[in-house]
Write a protein that binds this ligand. Structure first.
Ligand code: C5P
Length: 310
């Protein structure tokens, strides 16, 4: 086995341009038909040789425990990713890990999943374990529903509970503005709220997750116009129910000139689709001044999944 002295891997945030949520399965997860797009907002994981595991975190949400904060201990998905790969490869889990976060925490952008995906790639290289693509995807699925997509990146259809990913064709690159809220939302809470709303008849119940076909067609054709018309997220109603102020944020994005705007994943980030790069810069400036978001970020996607930083 070869041993590297330092490996640096970057992994992107994701947005869901389609999130069809079906009924709860026997294992407690919901059946999904989702379309992920990886966007140009990244966390970076640096892995160095060490004795046992150590983890430090800097940037967005660094500094401990509690809502919106990233723990720097074995409860972090990064730590679990390291232990899982070590057990799989039959090596000792020896590494000093550092996560530099730009992706906001509990934001519906799969930041924790990106970190886990980056860790698998980084330690596979550091330890020389040569796990192979299929093995890494399999380990990723054990860590979380969005982690396999963190490895794959680009544009992909997610089925099962979101962990079965197959790349899909995208005929273009889209420009988005992410409106990031001050306080995060817990993913399980948002799914539970959707179940409650469906049981109460406040949103339509479904027998299976809604089809992603319209979004897949729009992505293939590459037009922002068409994509904007078909964006959909079943978790949006639940996120809005838990955080009514988000309604104003989505409206603000549309009024500021977004072609379309929706809650990203389980929220509370709002993803606003711009016509082009200049439109995104304008939209970002307008939304930064609107006073409804903690911060805004202009991003593009699709971008590749977790890979060594050059
Ligand atoms: O897979 P992951 O650990 O990221 O999921 C976090 C939580 O989100 C789950 O414990 C579950 O409550 C909810 N979830 C779900 N159905 C999915 C994915 C996630 O109910 N398909």
């Amino acid at each position: 086995m070869s041993a590297a002295s330092e490996v640096v891997v970057r992994a992107p945030a994701k947005i869901n341009v389609h999130l069809g949520v079906g009924p709860v399965r026997a294992d407690g997860f919901h059946a999904l038909h989702t379309v992920y797009v990886a966007v140009s907002l990244y966390d970076t994981v640096t892995a160095r040789p060490g004795k046992g595991l150590s983890l430090t975190v800097s940037g967005e949400g660094a500094g401990g425990r509690g809502a919106g904060l990233v723990p720097a201990d074995r409860t972090n998905l990064v730590w679990r990713a390291a232990e899982l790969l070590a057990a799989h490869a039959g090596v000792r889990a020896d590494a000093d890990l550092h996560v530099a976060k730009e992706i906001p925490v509990a934001a519906g952008l799969a930041g924790g999943s990106a970190d886990a995906a980056a860790t698998l790639v980084a330690l596979d290289a550091l330890w020389g374990t040569r796990a192979g693509r299929e093995d890494l995807l399999h380990l990723a699925a054990q860590l979380g529903s969005d982690v396999p997509f963190g490895l794959v990146g680009g544009t992909a259809l997610g089925t099962g509970r979101g962990e079965q990913v197959s790349p899909v064709l995208a005929g273009g690159r889209w420009h988005w503005v992410l409106g990031i809220a001050g306080e995060g939302l817990s993913t399980p809470r948002v799914y539970a709220e959707l179940d409650r709303l469906r049981a109460a008849g406040q949103v339509p119940d479904v027998a299976e997750p809604g089809s992603a076909d319209a979004v897949l067609t729009a992505l293939r054709r590459g037009s922002a116009d068409e994509l904007g018309a078909v964006l959909s997220n079943d978790l949006q109603a639940a996120a809005l129910s838990l955080r009514p102020d988000l309604r104003r944020a989505v409206r603000a994005a549309r009024e500021a000139g977004a072609r379309a705007a929706l809650v990203s994943g389980s929220g509370p980030t709002v993803a606003a689709l711009a016509d082009d790069g200049r439109g995104a810069v304008r939209l970002a400036a307008e939304l930064a001044g609107a006073g409804v978001f903690r911060t805004v970020r202009a991003v593009t996607g699709p971008v590749p999944g977790a890979r060594p930083a050059s």
